[in-house]
Every structure is written in structure tokens, then in C-alpha cells.
Write a protein that binds this ligand. Structure first.
Ligand code: KIV
Length: 261
């Protein structure tokens, strides 16, 4: 079944949780799509998970567009969401709309995501027919402004601010909101208060959906955050396979008769 932004709302209303993963290439997109993952996010986490940058801020729109194309071409049913990179939407609602139109036209994604309570930007993009996913709590693009990797909304004042931001983002027309690194109890309160679905990452199990960076979920990176669960040990498996391949090349057992013409 083709997942649309409205499908996520229907799932929330039925109390059915959904899953999202990041993806930046054709193989992971087609595999996760075939597995029924409802949302594929072409995340700006490609910055530190593909392009070897420090953090997400350095990646550019030009660098992200090819990842978006690959994912949108390869997913048949999953909802493909394109993450607007740092610097491509903050200046004005006009800049945000121009970037979103380019992202939609050139990649074939079905929606865009942006970080923070950028209410003018969200309503301008939505008013022009482009679905927007919000993202609050810990927002990696503004890591320095948040004084590092810290759980957000721990005290009442900040918890109230996050709740108000979510309500404003919903009012501006967003179809879903990512809640990153906030206390589980606050994420639950927000999820109950909102009509649109919440998608948690380090925000407990009471969000309407969950998202993970695929390299964290698959155990590909050297490190992964506390909130991520490794569903396999891809790094170890790939390394063991590479060691075996190299030794077979050295001892002449690869290529064998079967692999020769
Ligand atoms: O870019 C990304 O991977 C994200 C998720 C962490 C939500 O924004």
C-alpha cells in the first residue's frame, strides 16, 4: 500500500505505530520499502553518515539532491521525505519555499522536513502544496546553539516551550513532527495533545512512530547513540567478509571455476 501523509494520521487515529528509517541510496531504499517501513527520510544525517563530515551542518542542498533522487526512484510504497539542510530555509519563508520546490522537483520526494519552530516557513511551504514534517527537541543542525548533544525539555519551562512549538507547528499545517531526545513522559504528553503524528528518536515508546538513522539501526558505524538499538552487526559482518575475500584473493581460491568464463 502506498503510504501518504494522510496514512500516518490514519494510523495514529487507529493507535497503530509506524516505523521510519533514514535512507540515502537505492539499495537501502528498496530493502526498507520491501520491509514495509512506512517512512524513508533522506536525512541530512547523510552529512556525518555518508560524507564523513562532523555533524549535519556542513551538507549542502546540491550534495543532498542526488541522495533524494536515488531514494525516491527506489521506493515504491514508503513515504519519502527530504530533509532540508542547514542554511537552505532559515533566512526567510521565500528561501524555504524555493528550496522545497527544488527538492520536490529534482528528487521526486513526497514531502520535506525542517528543524525548529519555523512557523512562517512551514505555513508558506504548506500553502504551496508541499507537505512538511517538523522536527523539535534536539535539533542537530543547531547543535552549537544548544550547547552540545543534550536531552531537551527536561525542566518545566523548556517542556512548556516544546509543547507550544509543537502546537504552533501543527497549526502551521505540518503533517507530522519528529521529537528528538526529549524525556519520554513529555513526548507522551505531546503525542496525546497533537492531532498529527509524532515520530520519536530518543523520545520513548509513546510516540506515534519511531525513526532511526539506518547505520545506527544496522550497526554499521563505529559508535551509535544511547537511544539507538542495533538490529544487526553489519560493521563486523562486512569486515569479516572483506577479510575472507582478501585472503581468498591472496591464496587464489577466488575466483573459483564457478566465477570464471
Ligand atoms: O537527518 C536525520 O537523520 C534526522 C533524523 C535524526 C530524524 O533528522
Amino acid at each position: 500500500m502506498k503510504i501518504r501523509t494522510s496514512t500516518l494520521r490514519e494510523l495514529k487515529n487507529k493507535g497503530i505505530r509506524f516505523a521510519a528509517l533514514t535512507s540515502y541510496d537505492m539499495h537501502t531504499a528498496s530493502i526498507f520499502d520491501a520491509a514495509g517501513i512506512e517512512v524513508l527520510l533522506v536525512g541530512d544525517s547523510a552529512s556525518d553518515n555518508v560524507l564523513a563530515n562532523q555533524g549535519t551542518a556542513p551538507i549542502t542542498l546540491d550534495e543532498m539532491i542526488p541522495f533524494g533522487k536515488a531514494v525516491a526512484r527506489s521506493a515504491q510504497n514508503s513515504l519519502v521525505v527530504f530533509d532540508l539542510p542547514f542554511g537552505s530555509y532559515e533566512v526567510s519563508s521565500e528561501q524555504a519555499l524555493i528550496t522545497s520546490i527544488r527538492a520536490m522537483k529534482e528528487t521526486g520526494a513526497a514531502a520535506v522536513k525542517l528543524e525548529g519552530a519555523k512557523i512562517d516557513q512551514i505555513s508558506r511551504i504548506v500553502d504551496n502544496g508541499i507537505p512538511v514534517m517538523g522536527h523539535v527537541g534536539f535539533t542537530p543542525q543547531t547543535l552549537h546553539g544548544l550547547a552540545g548533544y543534550k536531552v531537551q525539555g527536561r525542566d518545566q519551562e523548556n517542556a512548556d516551550r516544546l509543547m507550544s512549538e509543537c502546537l504552533a507547528i501543527q497549526k502551521a499545517g505540518a503533517f507530522a513532527i519528529v521529537l528528538e531526545m526529549i524525556p519520554a513522559a513529555l513526548a507522551k504528553e505531546i503525542s496525546i495533545a497533537l492531532e498529527i503524528p509524532t515520530i520519536g528518536i530518543g523520545a520513548g515508546s509513546d510516540c506515534d512512530g519511531q525513526i532511526l538513522v539506518w547505520q545506527d539501526f544496522a550497526g554499521l558505524g563505529e559508535r551509535s547513540p544511547k537511544f539507538a538499538k542495533k538490529y544487526l552487526s553489519l560493521r563486523e559482518s562486512l569486515q569479516a567478509a572483506a577479510v575472507e575475500y582478501r585472503s581468498e584473493v591472496q591464496n587464489g581460491s577466488f575466483p573459483a571455476i564457478d566465477q570464471q568464463f
